[in-house]
Design a protein around this ligand. Structure first.
Ligand code: C2O
Length: 498
């Protein structure tokens, strides 16, 4: 196992894109930022020096941070931001992890420009479970164009780095074979298109087995909220065979309509883990979490400006009717040092009130639905086998929410439309996909399982940045176990202060 060092300088960089010149925060002046390369089980050390006027943290999305919660990165959850002129060195090991990951800033909305890919190769001598691809490309939606050699197979590592947009992706006339989701192998699944929520990563194989031409490679919005009308604009690039002439053009790639929930469900239904290791068959804790948007009473002194939601309220989002408020020191630090007053340990395992749990149907809820603000955490003993039923609710609108859990991958054992009904729900406890971000279907539910064997404070939230800012999140505190390899180490000496 080796150690990979990276130097990340947070800078303000002048970038011109589509004739627009802007000063944006970047890492080392690059947008997207540098790719972090490593091998399974490697140690990664990234020294982040903040030369920008912004407060920053970096999160290593999908990396489970085994016994290294201090380096996970979400601001005010595991650390205070790195302030201007300061630095912090992230240091973690990729314990049994390989594949495509995504790093991004995890403070305010900075991940709009501060992000990049992480590519982790299998250990030396360990082959891919599929024919080794000729070449690979990283496709960060939406920066790409690739040249391909006829007859060859390509590994495309696709990352949705968008702030607030779920995307379909397809290549005209070509099948995509999904072989990895969220950096875990899947049984090969052949499909015409895929959908990625923000934060999701997906590896597909594509064989250039069509007549020589330029094939449209397209992404289009997946906008599941039923009360939002959306213009179906796709960004077009090319999967371009060497030797193709300029006018050898394919028809546009066939993308589903922006609200094609079935296209999303079809792929999800087909996903299976390649090597499921430990799907928890039994569970110790079964939590039911409603997820939804709601309207809160306006408390602003400037309602004209701030209170534009239905009935003069403000938009909020909640889990079990709790809208999460970030504290002003990190929860992990407060927990570790026993500092009182920054969070509570009373996040409810069932919705606080049931009245906005409205059969997954949009727009028929009472107008007075509210949520409580709070910094509530849910505490888990080490080793607890947890099941979460994530239920989309329809107070304002129903939509697909990409729910991301830090510190763990989880098995998606069930998935369905409408209300979760334990009588009829069908669970796959044999080879469910192992993911870290699950798009909870529109007005539907997903059941996920994991074993809480990584101590720390772990954020779980909607990866649509706007919903995160409205409070669609919760923090799980996982206590230390008794064994020496079951304890969170002391905080690093250079941990930023608030
Ligand atoms: Cu990719 Cu909490 O984030």
């Amino acid at each position: 196992r080796s150690t990979k060092f990276y130097d990340f300088k947070v800078q303000t960089t002048r970038i011109t894109k589509l004739c627009n010149t802007k000063d944006i925060p970047t890492i080392n002046g690059m947008y997207p930022g540098p790719v972090v390369y490593a091998q399974e089980d490697d140690k990664i050390i990234v020294r982040v020096t903040n030369e920008s006027p912004y407060n920053i943290t970096i999160h290593w999305h999908g990396i489970r941070q085994r016994l290294s919660c201090w380096y996970d990165g979400p601001s005010y959850i595991t650390q205070c931001p790195i302030q201007t002129g300061q630095n912090f060195t992230y240091e973690f090991t990729l314990v049994q992890q390989k594949g495509t990951f995504f790093w991004h800033a995890h403070v305010s909305w900075l991940r709009a420009t501060v992000y990049g890919a992480i590519v982790v190769y299998p250990k030396k001598g360990v082959p891919y479970p599929f024919k080794f691809p000729y070449e690979e490309h990283i496709i960060i939606l939406d920066f790409y164009k690739i040249d391909v050699v006829p007859g060859k197979t390509y590994l495309l590592r696709i990352i949705n780095a968008a702030l607030n947009q779920e995307h379909f992706f397809a290549i005209a006339n070509h099948k995509l074979t999904i072989i990895e989701v969220d950096a875990e192998y899947t049984k090969p699944l052949i499909t015409d298109r895929v959908m990625l929520g923000p934060g999701q990563t997906l590896n597909v194989l594509v064989t250039a087995d069509q007549p020589i031409a330029r094939y449209s490679m397209a992404m289009g919005p997946y906008q599941s909220a039923r009360n939002v009308s959306f213009q179906n604009i796709s960004s077009i690039a090319y999967f371009q065979y060497y030797g193709a002439r300029a006018n050898d053009l394919s028809l546009p790639a066939a993308l589903p309509r922006f609200d094609d929930n079935l296209a999303v469900k079809t792929v999800m239904d087909g996903l299976r883990s390649l090597n499921p290791v430990a799907v928890p068959k039994e569970i110790d804790k079964n939590l039911f979490l409603t997820i939804g948007l709601n309207v809160q009473k306006c408390r602003s002194k400037n309602p004209q400006k701030d209170c534009q939601a239905k009935g003069g309220g403000v938009m909020a989002a909640s889990m079990n009717n709790i809208s999460f408020i970030k504290p002003n020191i990190s929860i992990l630090e407060a927990y570790y040092k026993n500092i009182n007053g920054y969070f509570t340990q009373d996040f409810p395992g069932v919705p606080l009130k049931f009245y906005d749990f409205v059969n997954g149907a949009p727009n028929n809820a009472p107008n007075d639905t509210n949520s409580l603000n709070g910094t509530r955490t849910y505490v888990l003993d080490y080793g607890t086998r947890v099941q979460l039923i994530l239920q989309d609710t329809g107070t304002i609108s129903t939509e697909n929410h990409p729910i991301h859990l830090h510190g763990y991958s989880f098995y998606v054992v069930g998935y369905g439309t409408g209300n979760y009904d334990p009588e009829i729900a069908n669970f796959n406890l044999v080879d469910p996909p192992y993911m870290n971000t699950i798009g909870v279907p529109v007005g539907g539910w997903a059941a996920i399982r994991f074993i809480a064997d990584n101590p720390g404070a772990w954020f779980m939230h909607c990866h649509l940045e706007i919903h995160l800012s409205w409070g669609l999140s919760v923090v799980f505190i996982v206590k230390n176990g008794d064994g020496p390899l079951e304890r969170l180490p002391h905080p690093p000496a250079d941990l930023p202060k608030c």
